[in-house]
Design a protein around this ligand. Structure first.
Ligand code: HEM
Ligand code: HEM
Length: 215
């Protein structure tokens, strides 16, 4: 299937108020990696200094850079095809939901980049890679003065820290809002990220759940 055919195929899902299997796969793989990365990052932070912590951070960098690669591919996919109309974009909640989703996209890049800056100012002989498979360079900070390296390290560490916290606090809000849509509004927001077959008729914003094939 070429790109044009893939986009037309995905649009078929979007017209029915659903994310395509490509969008769904991106969502759940990246959601799982983000939750793992946040939990594992905190776990490492509490570990005593030593070999295990050091090796643990290598896994942390590999998963983090994988998130950045997947985020890039996902952004490219999104630039070609927008998502389904699941929420009323003009409403306050619709705007809040899009803002929150945009923040997640920012975090897919801002966290790995701030981590990359930190790592490149640290004296480490562990090489960086994407998923342990594709070698990734350090930034050439060893040519900078020690003072500048120290300032960059502090700046990147505090950016990493704050983006981690904001993202971690927003995830339950995002998941909770999706569940509330399902329980209270009973619309298609939550099923749009699960259902790979789709309703029989095209989706309408805020419509009741699909009742099956239309006679
Ligand atoms: C989306 C990807 C990432 C997430 C969700 C994430 C999350 C975290 C978390 C929760 C911590 C512990 C809390 C903190 O100190 O801020 C942490 C620390 C750290 N991360 Fe990441 N990280 C990501 C990507 C990366 C990458 C790609 C690198 C390096 C190339 C990296 C390097 C570090 C370092 C060096 C620390 C220790 C910071 C310190 O002790 O001050 N991170 N990260
Ligand atoms: C159990 C947890 C989660 C649930 C139930 C959930 C549910 C959903 C649903 C129903 C949508 C579609 C909303 C709409 O179209 O308005 C969505 C979109 C989205 N979610 Fe989640 N989500 C979860 C976790 C996460 C996590 C951990 C992240 C990343 C940190 C994330 C990032 C996104 C993004 C970026 C979108 C926008 C759609 C896209 O670009 O693919 N979600 N989520």
């Amino acid at each position: 299937m070429n790109l044009i055919a893939a986009i037309e195929w995905a649009e078929g899902y979007h017209r029915r108020g659903l994310y395509s299997p490509i969008g769904v796969t991106f969502h759940w793989v990246m959601a799982a990696l983000m939750v793992f990365q946040l939990a594992h990052g905190w776990y490492l932070g509490w570990q005593p200094v030593g070999g295990d912590k050091y090796i643990g951070y290598q896994t942390h960098t590999q998963v983090g850079l994988t998130i950045m690669l997947l985020g890039t591919l996902r952004l490219c996919w999104h630039s070609q095809i927008s998502g389904p109309d699941t929420v009323d974009e003009a409403s306050l909640t619709g705007k809040a939901s899009r803002l929150l989703q945009s923040w997640f996209y920012v975090s897919f890049f801002a966290l790995p980049i701030s981590g990359w800056v930190m790592w490149s100012t640290l004296p480490s002989d562990l090489p960086l890679s994407i998923a342990g498979l594709i070698p990734f360079p350090n930034l050439p900070f060893d040519q900078l003065s020690e003072g500048l390296q120290h300032r960059l390290m502090q700046w990147a560490a505090s950016a990493h820290y704050w983006i981690v916290w904001i993202t971690a606090l927003l995830i339950p809000g995002h998941a909770g809002a999706a569940v509330l849509h399902h329980l209270i509004k009973r619309d298609r927001v939550l099923p749009s990220m699960f259902d790979l077959n789709g309703p029989a008729s095209p989706g309408v914003v805020g419509s009741a759940p699909d009742k099956g094939p239309v006679a």
